[in-house]
Design a protein around this ligand. Structure first.
Ligand SMILES: Cc1cc2nc3c(=O)[nH]c(=O)nc-3n(C[C@H](O)[C@H](O)[C@H](O)COP(=O)(O)OP(=O)(O)OC[C@H]3O[C@@H](n4cnc5c(N)ncnc54)[C@H](O)[C@@H]3O)c2cc1C
Length: 416
């Protein structure tokens, strides 16, 4: 049986933060969209405790979420802006600090809960007339046709779209069905996450310390607690997960050097395997990969979802330009330009993060690390370049990330 509408402009497969943003941007631009998501999103409860999964979103990502219609509702519910970033090496005195006002910025970024971002976008999708949602449902097969792709769903229905956007995460089944290969670098590490209370409240600082076993980050939360990401070899993470709360707090106090005093309490703990994965292609015919389906990076720079949201913005911008030239989604060379643009941006970021991680993980390079941090901290140009890129608003960032509206992009294209 086929879906009620015959052929959609775009099928978005996977509605995590990246897929749901893509679907909102497309629908708000007038494209007809079918969303296929395998799991019902969790319901966000603003009176409940802070969730285990949070993200540091760049100003560029906030602008993209604003264009999707979600940012104000996210900020109204729960968020924590940060204006100071501190990076230090545990093995020597080298450190690097960034203050937002020094770079003419109101904030360096915002900490938000993943469930809040996805839940807000999901609510918007449900209210949009040009969106059809199929959830819980997964794609089990695909047939490429001349001017569309037919997706086979696990309830024996099917859906046809001119363009398929795979946003189904690191283990993307769409990537496999499309026959796109990838390269993976296993770090044999896990990122342990928890919400912790320290003696002193977190003053709104995104803090990171490079320990010999891996980086430890404290991200500020609105109530003065911190959300931590502690990267360690997998065996060490398993030991940390098995400690009782008092022993875990003590281990974390030691690892953090007590920059906010001892850790007084900590909540539930979870752990995620860490690896880098890069898809060889981002586009195959009428199938496009974005977000973690296209690239997975180590969370030490907090860039994974930021890269994915920039992909979403760049794709919508490309489709708007194509529409202005009279092309339906998926029909022309615009997709190849999109793929080149986003592949080079994400490879650059992934390579930089990988190199940074390697530098901090190799013993005996303490002198080089310390020199590197000192040089960057003394060079205004290096700090500004680093910051603009991390803010997601550099020269190659999509217009939506730099604050342009969907309307402005659509009408500019019409005028061109
Ligand atoms: C510990 C940790 C901390 C992090 N911190 C940050 C940070 O501070 N800042 C940052 O930018 N990034 C961070 N990241 C990275 C970030 O979490 C990911 O990049 C981001 O969640 C990827 O989003 P996505 O929507 O592409 O994929 P996902 O979140 O994986 O979403 C994929 C969606 O597709 C659905 N799906 C899967 N298969 C199918 C199918 N076959 N059919 C239909 N639907 C399907 C899933 O249910 C899911 O909803 C962190 C990662 C980790 C592990």
């Amino acid at each position: 049986m086929k879906s009620a509408r015959s052929t959609f402009d775009v099928a978005v497969v996977g509605a995590g933060m990246v897929g749901a943003t893509t679907a909102c941007l497309l629908a708000r631009s007038g494209f007809s969209v079918i969303v296929i998501e395998s799991a019902e999103p969790a319901v966000f409860d603003k009176n409940g405790d802070v969730g285990l999964r949070v993200s540091a979103l760049s100003p560029g990502s906030a602008a993209v979420l604003d264009a999707a219609g979600a940012w104000k509702a996210i900020e109204d519910q729960r968020h924590c802006p940060y204006r100071h970033m501190h990076i230090e090496d545990a093995e020597n005195s080298a450190s690097l600090d960034f203050e937002a006002p020094a770079f003419g910025m109101e904030r360096l970024g915002t900490i938000v809960e993943n469930e809040l971002v996805q839940g807000t976008l999901w609510g918007i999708l449900q209210s949009l007339a040009t969106v059809e949602i199929h959830c819980p449902q997964r794609v089990t097969g695909l047939q490429r046709r001349e001017s569309s792709v037919l997706l086979e769903l696990d309830n024996s229905q099917s859906a046809e779209a001119r363009l398929v956007v795979a946003c189904d995460g690191a283990a993307s089944s769409l990537r496999e069905l499309a026959g796109i290969d990838h390269e993976t670098w296993e770090y044999n590490q896990q990122g342990l996450v928890s919400v912790v209370q320290t003696e002193l409240p977190n003053p709104g600082t995104a803090w990171q310390r490079f320990l010999p076993a891996g980086p430890l980050a404290f991200l500020p939360l609105p109530d003065g607690r911190s959300s931590i990401v502690w990267s360690c070899p997998s065996a060490e993470t398993q030991s940390l997960l098995s400690l009782d709360e008092a022993a875990f707090n003590e281990a974390l106090s030691l690892a953090s050097g007590q920059w906010l005093g001892p850790v007084m309490s900590s909540g539930a703990r979870g752990a995620f395997p860490l690896f880098m994965r890069l898809s060889r292609e981002y586009v195959s015919g009428r199938i496009v990969l974005i977000g973690d389906a296209a690239h997975v990076v180590h969370p030490l720079a907090g860039q994974g979802v930021n890269l994915g949201l920039a992909d979403a913005a760049a794709l919508v911008e490309t489709l708007l330009a194509e529409r202005a030239s009279g092309h339906a989604p998926g029909a022309s060379s615009g997709l190849n330009q999109f793929a080149q643009w986003r592949k080079s941006e994400s490879q650059l970021m992934a390579g930089g993060i990988h190199a940074l991680r390697s530098l901090f993980m190799h013993e005996g390079l303490g002198g080089i690390r310390s020199l590197g941090l000192k040089l960057v901290s003394r060079s205004w140009f290096a700090r500004e370049t680093f910051l603009r890129r991390a803010a997601g608003q550099g020269r190659n960032a999509p217009g939506l990330a730099r604050g342009r509206s969907l309307h402005a992009l659509a009408t500019q294209n019409d005028a061109d």
